[in-house]
Design a protein around this ligand. Structure first.
Ligand SMILES: NC(=O)c1ccc[n+]([C@@H]2O[C@H](COP(=O)([O-])OP(=O)(O)OC[C@H]3O[C@@H](n4cnc5c(N)ncnc54)[C@H](OP(=O)(O)O)[C@@H]3O)[C@@H](O)[C@H]2O)c1
Length: 306
């Protein structure tokens, strides 16, 4: 496993992280095995959110930590707040503080390494967010802060008021969903690929040393599910298969290697709940795709080069 220093922090993180969104309905033994497999593979970064499984994902992870208290100091635990499912986004001070209290209880830990604001709240008052961050930092409950699904200007606005650097932006990114890459390469073209839907977030994060964490790394969309072996992505699967055979890995490892090959030093979040799938994906760290192979995969997902 490769490690990197998360900019503006003292956190040395594994290049790959385990996302815990889907573990809620797993048994304690299954989650224990998944976490142990991740740690054995050198993964020290675990991503949560208060809403995953309605809180059950954090809860069962907390059970694992209770059983194995020695794991905690080996881990960087990140969680998120700010979504009240189906009702509103909520960056109020009260909501942020309550959410963190509840996450700490469920995770059975005294501190969260990184807290992310999950999705931009239209009613966000950055001064209130800054006050919540002050309290959380000063009480030792949260060490670092970041965002998820935020545009550059939304980050700038928050950053203007909070004294803590926003070190992470978690964003949807995969070979299939690469909006932030497409617009950059199609700049000034008439076609829809040129539409800048995110304010140039990729270059912004690179310029400001904000680590991008791609989410849904092998999932095309909620409706389609995983793009590996999916009939809608035949061309892509055949290029992935060719490369998988060449590197003696699985297609899932190739999909992760595509993200790792980008020079922004991104940290993909893998959402698998299967120890076997996890082991396969980790092999991506041993692969360095050539420039042409990266572009072959990009083009195989039916995207143009202008
Ligand atoms: N910030 C946000 O707004 C946001 C949104 C969504 C997710 N996230 C984070 O990102 C993480 C990853 O998201 P995700 O779960 O959508 O991503 P993902 O890793 O792209 O998808 C995982 C899903 O793909 C399935 N899958 C099928 N074949 C697979 C294979 N060969 N290898 C690996 N997985 C395969 C997995 O099933 P198995 O379990 O059977 O392997 C699992 O259901 C989440 O856990 C969460 O931490 C963040």
């Amino acid at each position: 496993m490769e490690y990197f220093q998360i900019s503006k922090s003292d956190l040395k993180a594994s290049r790959l992280a385990l996302g815990c969104m889907r573990i809620a309905d797993k048994s304690l033994e299954q989650v224990e095995e998944l976490v142990q497999t991740a740690l054995d593979a050198g993964i020290n970064f675990f991503d949560h959110a208060d809403i995953y499984g309605g809180g059950k994902s954090e809860e069962i992870f907390g059970e694992v930590l209770k059983k194995h208290p020695e794991y905690r100091e080996k881990m960087i635990i990140q969680t998120k707040c700010g979504i009240v499912p189906g009702k509103r986004y909520d960056f109020s001070k009260e909501h942020i503080l309550t959410s963190v209290e509840n996450s700490l209880k469920r995770l059975q830990t005294d501190y969260i390494d990184i807290l992310l604001l999950h999705r931009p709240d239209a009613l966000c008052d950055p001064k209130e967010v800054a006050e919540a961050f002050d309290e959380l930092y000063e009480s030792g409950k949260v060490k670092y802060f970041g965002v998820s699904n935020h545009t550059p200007l939304q980050i700038e606005l928050l950053q203007k008021y909070t004294q803590y650097p926003l070190i992470i932006n978690q964003l949807q990114l995969s070979i299939v969903h690469s909006v932030m890459i497409d617009s950059g390469m199609n700049m000034n073209m008439k076609e829809s690929w040129a539409q800048d839907k995110d304010g140039g977030v990729l270059d912004y994060c690179r310029l400001h040393d904000i680590t991008i964490q791609p989410w849904s790394v092998v999932q095309a969309s909620w409706a389609e599910g995983c793009f590996i072996d999916h009939p809608n992505y035949e061309k892509l699967n055949s290029v992935m298969e060719k490369l998988a055979n060449e590197y003696h890995v699985t297609k899932s490892a190739i999909a992760i290697a595509w993200l790792l090959r980008h020079p922004a030093c991104m940290q993909p979040i893998m959402g698998t709940t299967s120890p076997a799938h996890l082991k396969e994906m980790v092999q991506a760290c041993d692969i360095h795709l050539t420039r042409q192979q990266w572009y072959d995969l990009y083009l195989a997902s039916d995207k143009p080069l202008p």
